[in-house]
Design a protein around this ligand. Sequence first.
Ligand code: NAD
Length: 507
Amino acid sequence: MSELEANINKLSGYLTRFQQTGLLNQIGGKAVSALSGDTFDNHSPVDGKLICKIAKSGAADIDAAAKAASDAFPQWRDTDNKERKKILHRIADGIVARAEEIAFAECYDTGQALRFMSKAALRGAENFRYFADLAPGARDGKQLPSPTLMNVTTRVPIGPAGIITPWNTPFMLSTWKIAPALAAGCTIVHKPAEFSPVTARILVEIAEEAGLPPGVWNLVNGFGEDAGKALTEHRDIKAISFVGESKTGSMIMRQGADTLKRVHFELGGKNPVIVFEDADLERALDAAIFMIYSLNGERCTSSSRLLIQSSIADKFLTRMVKRINQIRVGHPLDPTTEIGPLIHKVHFDKVCSYFDIARQDGATIAAGGEAVEGEGYYVRPTLFTGAANNMRIAQEEIFGPVLTAITFDTEEEALAIANDVEYGLSGYVWTNDLTRAMRITEKLEAGMIWVNSENVRHLPSPFGGVKASGIGRDGGDWSFEFYMEQKHIAFATGKHKIPQLGKDPSE
Ligand code: NAD
């Protein structure tokens, strides 16, 4: 039996229970169907087969989950931080123990290749460990003495928070959002993406088995326009942490306006990788390929625009085309696969539509540019060359294994092209000229910039974007700033003069 066959057999063992019961919500510590009894079908992008039925929830389910999160909040808020730390570490242990189940389910549900998903499961555990260790200090504040007062600050959890996640690498992103919320003392209602909800269910089960009290973490499945919308409008939900498309972020801002929601948005990107002629071109080539073709290109920080200096463009692109044509497209559970199928027919159609758009705009398809025949939503890794930055392929987030290459002559031109998009999530600069790197990073409009490196996540560093790519930052204390309120308390240190209104001077 091949490794792929063995993995497929194991996968079916992991999924059997979901096929029998359907994928349920978790509200107040109980696995429950949607109150309406409605379900929707979740199909795999790998072969189109039904994975399982999913609870199709609406406003009533969100209301029940928000009530459970509100009821559980005082106790969780007041739980000793050391106890919180222990529980979060136990969740990490539970993730590690079930890492294979998580990785396999994620591959089949999302189409992502196992070589990346096995690491994503373990990174999920790391997220919990990192915030577990920060939990004891989450409330820490400052002393700001003035002549008459001892001013102190402390932080308190904001309350029940809503977490809405997208379909790309849903497990890892969910842990990234949920771990700091719990470490801060918030209770949560999580609404995972309708296209890839399976691992969110496994995650909440792990959390409760690890001793997380009922109601602290509630899971509600469903579509954005009903369950997601109801969550953003619910009065008891104090904050919404959202990862998804920029236009959905705008909708959520409107939906949350009446209840004055605090929002944290991680949105789309059209991130440049800028390669100068003086760079280490071997490493730049590896990184540029990795940052667009790993994770099926369904990655917010993917470097989807290659800005390449004209003097080295031909040679660099020729080598790139050779490598792209060698990328292995295949079943996600085959350990040798580098690109799996795209998440869904809707997304597959969108990505494929850009092949024609590129031709119409006058760009050249130097590699790929077609779907793979047969079942599943597979496309060939694609490179567009001869592009200009005003083309749609250079401006719009395609969110697939599709790279648009644009040439430039000068540093100023590179910078102007890099910044001439509505997004500003990440940027990658390849040069061995230190002063140029400093000039470029100063002016590049992006929340995160890597110089001579691919994206390497460092949990204490701030993660997030500018412009249409987001509001707010994740990571380290930035996550606590979102999930907590600052409180200022002032203690009089003596009997300072208090202004006396309405007092008779003779009294
Ligand atoms: P999406 O915006 O379509 O959906 C994301 C989530 O929002 C889903 O759970 C969906 O059900 C929900 N939703 C949809 N409409 C809603 C509404 N009106 N109210 C409340 N919730 C609603 O995004 P997607 O297609 O699932 O994910 C891909 C996008 O996510 C890409 O644009 C990508 O760049 C972005 N992304 C950004 C980051 C980042 O850190 N910046 C990370 C990953 C993905």
